[in-house]
Design a protein around this ligand. Structure first.
Ligand code: TXA
Ligand code: MG
Length: 374
């Protein structure tokens, strides 16, 4: 156990003295959780293989899952990558600082464990003033995955970080709630054509303005463990709450009926249900004996994205036996919709129930609940 220190800083104007202290800790090989505009990262000096190994240990993260290296600005790219294609600086101009991660060829002096042994390296320049101040002050590339325990929802507040990692990291830099709330978009520029590896804070339509040949796989999700190792970060059971979560397919009316059916069936077994719904739908559930949590206004995907992980943690903390989620981001606008759906699908470990076929859907749900609550 480590004694985790918490430093509170102003998210817009962090105190330079606090930042200098934390930067020194990073240079000395310590683990520091810090806010970015997407989620909190768990940082260590990317050039120090021992410090990087401590990240994997603290998070209980499989060593097959590579980390993202954070830089103060795009001019530092050549410090961690080589053979940089001409489109990289153009993407950097347009999207950095910001929620875009580029996979490039890894420079030989970057320790292989940063990239889980691959010859590539993922790089991002975050926009958050605290992250930027820290990266500038330490003048080091900082490897930082999301600062959650492996397979838990990503942290969007310092408290989330402490809930998962208190006693396991040296410092938590508290700069308030992150603004985007979903992780960066990851694209692989070492493949031809470039490939979207993870939908995130930058939408595909915006990316295609610069990268017209970007390939977006139909089904970026894989379930098989061997396949998951080949496509890092793609395994299901990512962002998962403790209680099993089910995504509902179907229009609002059938979903409302189905949710009532599920709640009665579980109530009869003495079990409690958490339901995540768009804010507008609360009136449909006034008589429901369940824990209702609002995801935000149905059409405000920025708001839903910002608080999605927080809501997943919240509903889970209510001690429910099952979680139902309905009606989020069904538009295909190319903005945050794909990222939100991707995170929910993983939180559900791929379980999608068709509310239009309630008999089958209820059977599927009860089979899993009965197996997990025995
Ligand atoms: O917004 C974000 O990206 C946040 C903040 C802290 O910057 N970081 C983050 O890191 O989400 P993490 O470790 O939770 O996700 C990193 C993912 C990996 O799971 C993998 O999908 C991809 O980035 N990745 C990293 N390095 C890669 C590489 N060399 N090749 C392919 N994918 C890589
Ligand atoms: Mg993560």
């Amino acid at each position: 156990m480590t004694n985790t220190q918490v430093f509170h800083v102003d998210p817009h104007h962090p105190d330079p003295a606090a930042i200098a202290t934390v930067a020194q800790a990073l240079a000395a090989g310590r683990l520091v959780a810090f806010p970015t505009e997407t989620v909190y990262g768990l940082g260590a000096n990317a050039l120090d293989a021992t410090a990087v190994a401590r990240i994997f240990a603290a998070k209980q993260r499989p060593t097959t899952d590579p980390l993202i290296v954070h830089l103060a600005d795009a001019t530092q790219l050549a410090r961690v990558a080589f053979d940089i294609p001409p489109v990289a600086p153009r993407l950097a101009d347009r999207f950095w600082p910001g929620p875009l991660t580029l996979v490039l060829r890894r420079a030989p002096h970057v320790p292989p464990n940063v990239s889980a042994g691959r010859d590539t390296v993922a790089v991002r320049v975050p926009a958050h003033p605290v992250a930027h101040a820290l990266l500038s002050a330490c003048d080091l590339p900082i490897a930082a995955p999301s600062a959650n325990l492996f397979s838990r929802p990503s942290p969007t507040t310092a408290q989330h970080v402490l809930d998962d990692l208190a006693g396991r990291v040296d410092i938590v830099l508290d700069g308030g709630t992150t603004t985007i709330g979903l992780e960066s978009t990851v694209i692989d520029l070492t493949q031809t054509p470039p490939v979207l590896l993870r939908p995130g804070g930058v939408g595909v339509e915006a990316l295609r303005m610069v990268l017209s040949d970007l390939r977006v796989p139909d089904a970026p999700l894989v379930t098989d463990a061997a396949e998951a190792a080949a496509a890092p970060g793609s395994q299901l059971k990512h962002y998962a709450p403790h209680a099993p979560l089910f995504l509902l397919r179907g229009d609002a009316r059938t979903a409302v009926q189905f949710i009532h059916t599920v709640v009665s069936a579980l109530h009869a077994r003495g079990l409690r249900v958490g339901v995540l719904i768009p804010d507008e739908e609360f009136p449909d559930y006034t008589d429901l004996r369940a824990e209702l949590v609002g995801l935000g206004p149905a059409h405000d995907l920025a708001m839903i994205g910002r608080y999605l992980f927080a809501r997943l943690r919240e509903v889970d903390s209510l001690g429910v036996n099952a979680i139902l989620v309905r009606g989020v981001a069904e538009d295909n606008g190319g903005g945050l919709g794909p990222a939100i759906r991707d995170r929910l699908f993983r939180a559900a470990e791929g379980r999608v129930l068709d509310a239009a076929d309630p008999t089958t859907a209820l059977q599927q749900l009860l089979r899993l609940i009965d197996a997990t609550t025995k």
